[in-house]
Design a protein around this ligand. Structure first.
Ligand SMILES: Cc1cc2nc3c(=O)[nH]c(=O)nc-3n(C[C@H](O)[C@H](O)[C@H](O)COP(=O)(O)OP(=O)(O)OC[C@H]3O[C@@H](n4cnc5c(N)ncnc54)[C@H](O)[C@@H]3O)c2cc1C
Length: 323
């Protein structure tokens, strides 16, 4: 009988991604409710030493698969090995990150295993071995509860929503014999973002700007606030379409889905497509001169005023507070 909860960990260049720790902690919490075991799949080349860190976050057993064909991440090879490990170990549930890599991998693995996948979940519960997943629907207008009737039950979890909690376990390592079949595709080159900016999906604080910024130069005051908060700058599609910011900065339905602790929306009206990308942020602050702007319905704190006045004042106040 299928048993235990398995996570599919992510690493890049020999470092675990934050989502891996969030998955480990969530799986631990679910497993503890049913006295189950948590296992993890960790693939790459020279990654065995990362297993101990997964153990610190509650993983009992780590299946490590190492092969040059698994580094850097490539869909085909990772999907093949991940599906094989899942099949051989028959877990009741498998959790992926709803990160760029996790979204890519989970869909293909679900197809290979002919099972269901609840994507981009913001909550998961387990009761009597049955996984119930909560996920936003209709661009975040409502939430649906999903159960998977096939086995294993698979879900991808939205980054930054589930806390990473240390909960030391043995983290025993099982080396998996990996034989990656000849692949139809290979990664020729990885072009790194050299801007030094924190990735939007992993940022703790995001200061986002929209059409209200009036032009690319308007974003300078957002950069200053983001620097003081230790965060990064995002943008609405209107700002991206106008060429004021790069596409990778776009938050929303056709941009990135983010869940920082703090999201400051400046000169953004709050269209449903924008809300789809940021409404699971822990605290939302809106600065808009139109008190009727829909963003205020989602905001925890709102300032109705000219952002060119409010943002520099906020930066000054934060500087004083944070030091
Ligand atoms: C299929 C589809 C997908 C989409 N995907 C996305 C997406 O991923 N992300 C996204 O953001 N949008 C997306 N959109 C576009 C979306 O519908 C909105 O058009 C867009 O979000 C509006 O951007 P905005 O809020 O910056 O601009 P506007 O709606 O024009 O709002 C500008 C706001 O700035 C305020 N303002 C102006 N000057 C000041 C000032 N000096 N001080 C304070 N406030 C000021 C105004 O009051 C106004 O509320 C999508 C649309 C479609 C159809």
């Amino acid at each position: 009988m299928a048993k235990g909860i398995m996570i599919v960990a992510e690493q890049r260049e020999g470092a675990l991604r934050k989502i891996s720790l969030e998955l480990a902690s969530t799986a631990r919490k679910l497993a503890d409710a049913g006295g189950d075991e948590v296992s993890a799949i960790l693939l790459g080349s020279g990654v065995e030493s990362l297993a101990a860190e997964l153990g610190k976050y509650g993983v009992d057993k780590v299946f490590v698969g190492e092969d040059a064909a698994l580094e850097p991440y490539v869909t085909e090879a990772h999907a093949e090995v991940t599906a094989k490990i899942i099949k051989e170990n028959d877990p009741a549930a498998v959790l992926f990150g709803a990160s760029v890599q996790g979204k890519d991998l989970s869909a293909r693995v679900a197809a290979k295993l002919a099972t269901g996948l609840a994507t981009d979940c913001t909550d998961v519960k387990i009761d009597g071995g049955k996984l119930t997943c909560t996920r936003p629907m209709y661009a975040g207008k409502c939430f649906g509860e999903v159960e998977i009737s096939a086995s294993p039950q698979m879900a991808s979890l939205r980054p930054n929503v589930f806390p990473a909690v240390e909960n030391a376990k043995a983290g025993a390592v099982t080396k998996v014999d990996v034989k990656v079949e000849a692949q139809k595709s290979k990664v020729l080159e990885v072009q790194k973002d050299t801007s030094g900016k924190v990735d939007l999906t992993e940022a703790n604080a995001i200061v986002s700007g929209g059409r209200g910024l009036k032009g690319p130069e308007g974003f300078a005051i957002l950069e200053e606030l983001a620097a003081v908060l230790g965060g990064t700058v995002g943008a609405s599609r209107a700002a991206v379409d106008a060429g004021w910011r790069e596409q990778k900065d776009q938050v929303g339905q056709t941009g990135k889905v983010v869940s920082p602790n703090l999201y400051v929306a400046c000169g953004i009206s709050g269209a449903i497509q924008h809300l789809a990308g940021m409404s699971s942020s822990k605290y939302i602050v809106a600065i808009n001169k139109d008190e009727e702007a829909p963003i205020f319905a989602k905001a925890d704190y709102g300032v109705v005023d000219d952002l060119f006045k409010v943002v520099p004042a906020l930066t000054g106040a934060c500087k004083k507070l944070i030091g």
